[in-house]
Design a protein around this ligand. Structure first.
Ligand code: ADP
Ligand code: ZN
Ligand code: ZN
Length: 814
């Protein structure tokens, strides 16, 4: 009698694959355990056991597995059911979901590389095999699993790798590595020799010539009476001196610096103490609970800074008390230290953070803690992929900033939307979902209007601070009247000067999309293009080079035009970097910071800039979208949007909705704490309806107009969309393939097929691109539609010339 298992392989494979196992293995193996198997030409994979049975596969001979990798399942039944839904709904393979779901440390495969841990010296602890690998790594910086199999001359090497990792001798190589580092705050105190009160007179005597330093010491004593630790920034502020004065006191041995983790300070208080909700928050909180009685999903639409987070906190607290797990989903960029610290303050010992920028070990640790339903993993705060964790007892999923585009994964498959997939996941656990946003997506708001979701509104800011006053600055006129300096209108300059004079901070927003500076020849008008993509290269003045934002290509800035030889090359358009340069000229005394992909790349890049801005070491912060998310700065009184038009003109059916959301969110960073903030929006078209709606925060009207357009032009939520993308290096081949596919789809879906079209960037990394969109009316069955599409795909791939064309399907591609 033979035993078999069906496994999920972490590759795009339409079917499960079958292997044989021994009787002993059959009694031990369970669904959800990992095994190492060979697939294809001596490639090794980690596969997941899906079922155990006695039926031999048809059409091929089942191979034996190499070995079992787990003692208990690492994936549970909820997950497998959820993955099946994702794979069916988003039209991808289970293998692709498996690959996206597991931390890569769980997915060792032939190409995975390992490297030594620097400073490991306990060689005596290693077994013979382990030592061989260790020794091989002395001679080369890294080894692939494949190579290790060769070196050891055997295939069952996973336990050896595992052993070496556990003994901390090697690590699996990875590109991104960032640990959550608690933020350190810099404090000062008097050095011990000076603390006795009789020393004060002596101290002041020694300083009688240094007037500034004396003042600082006097302020210090004044502050000390409150018995709280004294922040360097505070001392500086109150005594109105520069950091140099404090530093000289430190150099003299009078003061000393010390650092404290902010979360530790918080913990010294009573960490279980929640903030008392305001009357309005209480009403909203009760309404949410009431709504949950009849609805699985509730939308809370609360304006920026209305205190949505405090309401979430209260709900989370209750669920944890009832021993339920809570998942708190946020867009990646909104997962800031600020929020982590805030939640840690309330839920310290129950909170785990799951983030793609965290190291693999940390991610594995969180996975295991959730799997074991450990206390530490009752509340998970994470970006979209944290929805794949092995929850067994979910009670609530919060999707904050639910309108954010980054909840959707575009590449690679599974091309899922985390908000939508989370609602399905919650259903499996009989859990509730709370969607939160100041600017909900049109689809979600529609669902709320239709009664599918509950709807709760919160229209007052905490502390009754008014929403910022928004001013539209007509730069068309300003240009005509010559009142522009670079990209700054006289009005914006005036507002920035006012803010700085009042010692308030400023945020300037420049949407990067398609608007970084491009070089253009003044003589012939040609711009240098990326050799591999159909885009102009972007100028980076810092390194004096041109870069492609799509494929990463770089080259030195040319000295003359490649087309006509002229030396008159000019930069056109403007990005954050150029704004920064202009600011330096306009405000030579202000401290200016920049936050975009380039400045936040490093390990703690993002945190560093935020930290500096918080500590008010930066007066004006220039940045991209990154600025709009969940940040809470008390001292920002002005937000400037450099150019509203480029987002409005983006060719996409959501461009208006997105522009509204982005501008309202960025504006929300102004005046959160004390007084009403100001926002200046520079535009060529101040009468645009979206700008008018932003200026009075009229979400309702924006919604009405947009939903009307969606209805008229057959877009979501009335029609669903499925997008097909074809890619190939040969222009003609992809062109012909797209034409064929368009005809084949039209035969079935008639006028509901758009395209084939050439996207605005028609070639990336030398691959030519064509797209097709299928619109699906509400009455048309979605599953039947998908079956039909797959049938067409099969015919397409049966044609020899078309088979090499990459064929991607994206369901709900928006
Ligand atoms: P939102 O998430 O709606 O933008 P937040 O929850 O971040 O708003 O709240 C904005 C600010 O107001 C935060 O600094 C928060 O600590 C404060 N806040 C909100 N509600 C309360 C409350 N009930 N008591 C004290 N502070 C509050
Ligand atoms: Zn390129
Ligand atoms: Zn030229």
């Amino acid at each position: 009698m033979s035993y078999y298992i069906d496994v999920i392989l972490p590759i795009p494979l339409q079917k499960l694959f079958t292997y044989t196992i021994t009787k002993a293995e059959a009694t031990f193996l369970k669904k959800g355990m990992r095994v190492a198997v060979e697939f294809g030409k001596s490639k090794v994979y980690t596969a997941l056991v899906y079922s155990i049975h006695k039926k031999a596969p048809i059409g091929y001979e089942a191979k034996e597995i190499y070995q079992i990798l787990d003692e208990i399942p690492v994936v549970n039944k909820f997950q497998l059911t959820h993955w099946e839904w994702i794979s069916t709904y988003y039209m991808c393979s289970l293998g692709e979901v498996f690959r996206a779901a597991l931390p890569s440390a769980f997915l060792l495969e032939s190409e995975t590389e390992v490297e030594l841990v620097q400073g490991f010296s306990n060689e005596s602890e290693l077994s013979n095999d382990e030592f061989l690998v260790f020794e091989a790594l002395q001679h080369q910086p890294r080894l692939s699993i494949f190579k290790i199999i060769e070196i050891l001359g055997k295939k069952s090497i996973f336990p050896i790798i595992k052993g070496l990792i556990e003994k901390k001798a090697i690590v699996v190589r990875e590109q991104i590595y960032e640990q959550y580092k608690p933020k350190l705050i810099k404090y000062v105190r008097l050095k011990a020799v000076w603390t006795a009160s009789e020393k004060l007179a002596e101290l002041l005597e020694t300083l009688h010539r240094a007037k500034k330093q004396r003042e600082v010491i006097l302020t210090y004593f004044q502050l000390q009476t409150s018995k709280k630790p004294i922040k360097v920034a505070n001392l500086q502020d109150i005594s109105n001196c520069s950091s140099a004065v404090i530093k000289s006191l430190v150099d003299k041995g009078i003061l000393e610096y010390y650092f404290v983790q902010t979360d530790r300070i918080n913990f010294s208080g009573n960490s279980s103490e929640l903030k008392e909700l305001t009357t309005h928050q209480k009403v909203a909180y009760k309404a949410i609970k009431e709504s949950f009685k009849t609805k699985q999903t509730v939308l809370i639409k609360g304006i920026t800074s209305s205190g949505k987070t405090e309401i979430y906190v209260k709900l989370i607290k209750e669920l944890l008390q009832n021993k339920k797990q809570v998942l708190y989903l946020l867009p990646e960029i909104a997962l800031t230290t600020q929020l982590i610290e805030r939640l840690q303050y309330y839920f310290g010992e129950y909170l785990s953070v799951f983030h793609s920028k965290y190291s693999m070990n940390e991610r594995v640790e969180v996975w295991n803690n959730v799997l074991d339903n450990k206390e530490k993993a009752q509340l998970i705060l994470g970006a979209r992929s944290s929805m794949f964790l092995p929850f067994s007892n979910l009670g609530l999923i919060i999707v904050d900033e639910e309108h954010e585009p980054s909840f959707k994964q575009f590449d690679p498959a599974p091309r899922y939307h985390a908000r939508d997939a989370a609602i399905v996941l919650a259903n499996m656990h009989k859990a509730k979902v709370l969607l939160g946003s100041a600017t909900p997506s049109i689809e979600t708001y529609y669902n709320a209007q239709q009664g599918k979701y509950g709807l709760v509104e919160l229209n007052r800011r905490f502390g009754n601070v008014l929403l910022p006053e928004i001013e539209l600055v007509n730069i068309k006129e300003k240009y005509r009247k010559k009142r522009m300096k670079g990209h700054f209108s006289d009005r914006l300059i005036e507002m920035i000067s006012d803010a700085i004079e009042n010692k308030e901070q400023v945020i300037l927003f420049q949407n990067r999309r398609g608007y970084a500076p491009v070089i253009e020849c003044e003589t012939c008008g040609v711009s240098p293009q990326c050799p591999q993509c159909d885009v102009s290269l972007t100028f980076h003045s810092y390194r004096k080079e041109l870069r492609c934002h799509y494929c990463g290509h770089r080259q030195a800035m040319p000295t003359s035009c490649g087309a006509c030889g002229s030396e008159k090359l000019n930069s056109k358009g403007f990005g954050t970097e150029q704004i920064e340069i202009e600011l330096e000229e306009l405000f030579p005394d202000a401290k200016i910071g920049r936050m975009d992909l380039d400045t936040t790349r490093g390990k703690y890049g993002y945190q560093k800039i935020i930290g500096k801005f918080e500590a008010q070491e930066i007066d004006i912060l220039v940045g991209t979208q990154m600025l709009s998310k969940g940040l809470d700065f008390a001292n920002v009184s002005l937000v400037g949007i450099m150019n509203a038009d480029n987002m409005l003109n983006f060719p996409d059916f959501r461009a208006h909705e997105r522009s509204f959301q982005l501008m309202v969110q960025v504006s929300g960073r102004a005046g959160r704490a004390k007084k009403r903030g100001k926002v200046a929006i520079q535009t060529f078209n101040p009468y645009h309806q979206i700008l008018q709606q932003v200026s009075i925060n009229n979400f309702e009207e924006m919604y009405k107009e947009q939903i009307e357009e969606r209805w008229q032009y057959h877009y979501p939520p009335f029609f669903r969309l499925i997008k097909i993308t074809l890619r190939h290096k040969d222009f003609n081949r992809v062109d012909e393939g797209a034409y064929w596919l368009g005809k084949a789809l039209e035969n079935i879906f008639k006028e509901n097929v758009l395209g084939p079209s050439i996207p605005s960037i028609s070639r990336i990394r030398n691959y030519y691109i064509r797209t097709l969109i299928i619109k699906i009316p509400q009455k048309q069955s979605l599953p039947a539609t998908k079956v039909a599409i797959l049938r067409v795909k099969n015919s397409f791939q049966a044609i020899k010339e078309f088979r090499p064309i990459r064929f991607n399907i994206d369901v709900d591609n928006y």
